[in-house]
Design a protein around this ligand. Structure first.
Ligand code: 5GP
Ligand code: ZN
Length: 115
C-alpha cells in the first residue's frame, strides 16, 4: 500500500534491523524499543489491524502465532523467562502504524496494566 511505512520496510524500500523473514512475514527491531527485546512481527501483505483479518488470512494468522512468535521468542532468548505479545488496535488501542503488527517484548519484568 502506498505511503505505508511497514509496506515499505517489507519491500526493502526503507531499511530496518531485520531479525526474521519468510515468504509472508518479516520481523525487525522496533525503532523506539520499550524493552531490551522489542521486535515487530509484520505480515508482508497490508492488513490494517487485527480487526481487519479476513477469512483468507487464517493461515497467515496461525503462522504468525504458531510458528513465528515462539521461534523468535526462542531465538531472542526470552522464551524461558517470559515475554509479552501486544497488538495495539485502532485509535483507543494506541495503534500508530496502520499496518498490522505484533509487538514481541521481553528481557525485563513487565508491569500490568499497560498504560
Ligand atoms: P503501534 O503504536 O502502532 O502499536 O506501534 C508502532 C511501532 O512501530 C512503534 O513501537 C514504533 O516505535 C515503531 N516504528 C514506527 N516507525 C518505525 C520505523 O520506521 N522503523 C521501525 N523499525 N519501527 C518503527
Ligand atoms: Zn502496509
Amino acid at each position: 500500500m502506498a505511503d505505508c511505512i511497514f509496506c515499505k520496510i517489507a519491500a526493502g524500500e526503507i531499511p530496518s534491523q531485520k531479525v526474521y523473514e519468510d515468504e509472508t512475514v518479516i520481523a525487525f527491531k522496533d525503532l523506539s524499543p520499550k524493552a531490551p527485546v522489542h521486535v515487530l512481527i509484520v505480515p508482508k501483505k497490508h492488513i490494517q489491524s487485527v480487526a481487519h483479518f479476513a477469512e483468507e488470512d487464517k493461515e497467515l494468522a496461525a503462522h504468525i502465532f504458531v510458528d513465528v512468535v515462539p521461534k523468535l521468542a526462542a531465538d531472542l532468548n526470552v522464551a524461558d523467562g517470559g515475554f509479552r505479545v501486544v497488538m495495539n488496535t485502532g485509535d483507543d488501542g494506541g495503534q500508530t502504524v496502520n499496518h498490522l503488527h505484533v509487538h514481541l517484548l521481553g528481557g525485563r519484568k513487565m508491569t500490568w496494566p499497560p498504560g
